[in-house]
Design a protein around this ligand. Structure first.
Ligand code: CTP
Length: 413
């Protein structure tokens, strides 16, 4: 919660300014007081009226307004806040901040700040990648400015790449982290599976898949950031162990299931691993050799345990909230609904992994959250925008925190 915290939100000129309206709403919901500074170019994108209605405060915009200065000098405006947030932070404003220019109210307030400053950059990908912006960002980070985003995605200008402003949920998570508010999963035990499994054929060969573990690891890290005690059961991946998380490395599906069962009880289970559905019935104890004249080896496959389904089916120690993932290449909605019912989990995050999407092994994804309603037959669907895997993780962790807070006992019952 951000009860009693005072946020000074600086809204600069960018198409992403509309997202700042949602950010204000979320901040107010959490009990924060929000005061807005709108730059002249920001006012081309959102009106002082909408900012004022949502923040329930006066909007500050003109450095030289004598009335404003009499009521609230720009130094006090800056000093009264617990945190200054610039969202969207344009290339121009970032450049001014990096050089200490103070030529309007926003930059003056920023230069007068004695509190932490958080920026949510938003700009065209070329501008973001420009050496000058890179230099300015490095300068600001060295000065202690905190940054959230930008995300990779489609831009208003029609290009694709890094530069989209972080989603309000992610900016909110960054604000909570900056203010030392761990944000809602304190005391919650989370179990997360991640990565592929490797099923041995012989001592050197295995059946595996292309899962990178990026999404599962990011989820474990996001839950830990919100204060959860996290056990991450990971198949073989190149991802480093997330900080503050107990990571158990396994190879096979059966080892993954054992490790998950040993990690119970847990309040939430999130199965993001791409578990191999089959294993070789009898892995050869010695390396299989090519022997001329002999027929090629035949692999007999048997079904692996379904970790998500077995966690969902547990009687006495079923986690309150069990979340699965569905990677589909066709009929996403129908397959996701079927999978939610078949696996017995409460939520299912589904995405399209057909090769054109670049989802497998990539850094961004478009997710659809299928939520089983309490009556057991209805399902609601939330379509999320294309987000980085880190942003998906932050959004999911925040969504979980809200669900656990608003329901006691099993989340679905
Ligand atoms: N899963 C699991 N254990 C398995 C297989 C899958 O825990 N043996 C979990 C995954 O972690 C994911 C969800 O189940 O959360 C969906 O997995 P997926 O492989 O997409 O679905 P399948 O059940 O294999 O269905 P299908 O092959 O028909 O798509």
């Amino acid at each position: 919660m951000l009860q009693g915290k005072r946020i000074l939100l600086i809204v600069a000129g960018g198409i992403a300014a509309y997202k700042s309206l949602d950010l204000i709403r979320r901040l107010k919901e959490r009990g924060a007081a929000v005061r807005c500074v709108l730059t002249a170019s920001g006012a081309e994108f959102v009106t002082p009226l909408s900012l004022g209605a949502l923040s329930e405060d006066k909007i500050y915009g003109d450095l030289f307004s004598l009335t404003d200065e009499a009521e609230m000098g720009h130094i006090r405006l800056s000093r009264d806040a617990d945190l200054l947030v610039v969202a969207p932070a344009t290339a121009d404003l970032i450049a001014k901040m990096a050089s200490g220019i103070a030529d309007d109210l926003a930059t003056t307030v920023l230069l007068a700040a004695d509190k932490k400053v958080l920026i949510a950059p938003a700009m065209n990908v070329r501008m973001w990648e420009h050496v000058a912006t890179r230099r300015n960002i490095a300068r600001l980070e060295a000065d202690g400015v905190i940054r959230v985003g930008p995300e990779i995605g489609a831009m208003a200008c029609g290009e694709f790449g890094a530069g989209r402003m972080a989603e309000p949920a992610d900016i909110l998570a960054a604000i909570e982290a900056a203010l030392g508010d761990t944000g809602g999963l304190e005391g919650v035990r989370a179990l997360v599976t991640s990565g592929p499994t490797y099923e041995p054929i012989d001592p050197v060969r295995f059946i595996g898949n292309r899962s990178s573990g990026k999404q599962g690891h990011a989820i474990a890290a996001a839950c830990a950031r919100l204060g959860a005690g996290v056990t991450l059961v990971s198949g073989p991946t190149a991802e480093p162990d997330p900080p503050g998380v107990t990571t158990i490395r396994v190879e096979t599906a059966r080892q993954m299931l054992d490790a998950c069962e040993s990690a119970l009880p847990a309040d939430i289970a999130i199965c993001a691993a791409a578990v191999a559905d089959w294993r070789v019935a009898e892995a050869a104890p010695e390396k299989l050799k090519k022997v001329s004249g002999k027929s090629e080896p035949k692999l007999e496959l048997v079904r692996n345990p379904d970790i998500l389904a077995s966690l969902s089916a547990r009687k006495n120690d079923r986690p309150r909230l069990v979340i699965g993932f569905a990677a589909e290449t066709e009929k996403l909605e129908q397959n996701a609904r079927d999978k939610l019912a078949r696996k017995g989990c409460d939520w299912l995050l589904a995405n399209d992994v057909s090769p054109a999407t670049g989802a497998f092994g990539g850094d961004a994804n478009t997710m659809h959250l299928f939520v089983a309603e309490p009556n057991g037959s209805d399902v609601t669907v939330e379509h999320w925008p294309r987000l980085s895997k880190a942003a998906i993780a932050a959004r999911l962790a925040e969504r979980i925190a809200v669900a656990l807070k608003t329901k006691s006992g099993p989340v679905r019952a």
